[in-house]
Write a protein that binds this ligand. Sequence first.
Ligand SMILES: Nc1ncnc2c1ncn2[C@@H]1O[C@H](COP(=O)(O)OP(=O)(O)O)[C@@H](O)[C@H]1O
Ligand SMILES: [Mg+2]
Length: 278
Amino acid sequence: MNAITIEGIEKSYGKTVQALKGITLNIPQGEFFGLLGPNGAGKTTLISAIVGLVKPNAGEIRVMGCDIRKNPTEAKKYIGLSPQDININNYMPIGKIMEFQGGFYGVSVKESRRRAEELLKYFKLWDKRKAGRYQLSGGMQRRLMIARALMGKPKILILDEPTAGIDVELRHELWTFLKQLKEKGITILLTTHYIEEAERLCEKIGIIHQGKIIACESPLKLIEQHRLHEKAERSGAFQFVRSGSLEEVFVALTGRPIEEASKKSGEEKWEALPASLL
Ligand SMILES: Nc1ncnc2c1ncn2[C@@H]1O[C@H](COP(=O)(O)OP(=O)(O)O)[C@@H](O)[C@H]1O
Ligand SMILES: [Mg+2]
């Protein structure tokens, strides 16, 4: 059985924004799957549909065989989510936040305490258990969101841009945690716009661009397939020589580097600040 099955998902916001244009995707149990795409590609919308926060206009999603629309309560039991925007209660010590989360999943008080301690220690947050959100660094807040997502013993961990906005050192530390979690057999779905992150962590990468999956393979296969494609081009009119990286695969498929594609089109149209303002 697949951990997540997605069939023909479409989602529009209003009449003009077509965020998902027919996504079909299977994620087997135990896989570390990366959804790689620039800002606005549709990553968060797809994740929101998987966890039942967004209602698609068409298509079907099953989580461990459970239809998220027909059987949301059961489907959600399998999932732990670390959302893109930090949503940690501002007024509660983080130890309590963890214990409360256990309650949401029906874990007993005693077991919640035990598990909160275990997870806080694992994520190097135990010393901070009495601290509030604003006493934590950005990296600690990200770690807490992942620890909290694991309170309900999920079979599937979904991480929406878990390393966005944190520095390189902390990013590498977080990668180590995630690799260890994968070794434990948990299915991980991670979204990112960092190519290096997808390449280092994920067994399989789905490249999402303008609401469509334009490639879905292991990082090595993506690069290999692209090389074959290049050879064909080379024998014709084109004479490309590339070293073969995922970054180049992305450019070949979308026509732009990911950072450039991530920039909001509106930003380019901004005019200079009026001199009188300064
Ligand atoms: N609640 C919303 N209302 C209207 N448009 C939205 C909403 N959420 C996302 N969008 C639009 O849908 C598209 C996909 O957004 P999103 O799923 O957030 O992409 P990503 O997570 O890859 O950056 C974008 O064009 C975005 O502006
Ligand atoms: Mg997003």
